[in-house]
Ligand binder design. Structure first.
Ligand code: 5GP
Length: 180
């Protein structure tokens, strides 16, 4: 199989500069809100790894990180399915201030499942920060404490978001070309 050298993008939605600027603003807001507390940020692999890294590097308070991985089954973008935890956290979160870090919240099914699972482990507080939020496709109301961008209903790649496991490493967020 040959891989196109040029990413299959229709247009850039947010440039690297725009992403960096918002990441720094959100990092400042989180740093302010959690000042003096012992915050743990939980990344959902693989999509949120780039965002978590950029965000925590821009934060001004000490922070702990941990990761979990999920796998979806019977799921495509237009028929969201079930998710399960494929790799669990390394450490318990009981009594801790926890922020779940997501790449994108779309229907909200994944985030709801993860928040419910984490809430069952008795953290002191639990919130969510997402790079992208697409409220137009939400199936379940979810309070989102921090977000970088609200986006329209286009499939996007870059900054951790993939198409068939590729393009996560693009430094910008782009709308994918139709019919790829
Ligand atoms: P939800 O459970 O909120 O419907 O979906 C969340 C997951 O769907 C995200 O973590 C991501 O893996 C995937 N997803 C939803 N929209 C997009 C998109 O526009 N681009 C990419 N690459 N993944 C998406």
């Amino acid at each position: 199989m040959s891989i196109a050298a040029v990413p299959p993008i229709e247009r850039i939605l947010f440039t690297e500069e725009q992403v960096n600027e918002r990441v720094h603003e959100v990092a400042a807001a989180i740093s302010k809100q959690y000042e003096g507390r012992d915050l743990k940020m939980i990344g959902v692999m693989k999509g949120s790894v780039y965002f978590l890294t950029a965000l925590t590097r821009a934060m001004t308070i000490p922070v702990k990180i941990d990761f979990l991985a999920i796998s979806s089954f019977a799921s495509t973008r237009n028929s969201p399915g079930m998710v399960r935890i494929a790799k669990d956290l390394d450490e318990p979160i009981e009594g801790e201030d926890v922020l779940l870090v997501e790449d994108i919240v779309d229907t909200g099914l994944t985030a709801r499942y993860l928040l419910q699972t984490l809430a069952g482990r008795a953290p002191n507080s639990l919130g969510i920060v997402t790079m992208l939020d697409r409220t137009s496709r939400r199936l379940i109301p979810l309070p989102i404490e921090f977000r970088c961008f609200e986006i329209p209903d286009y499939f996007v790649i870059g900054c951790g978001l993939d198409y068939k496991q590729r393009y996560r490493n693009l430094r910008y967020i782009a709308v994918m070309r139709q019919g790829v």
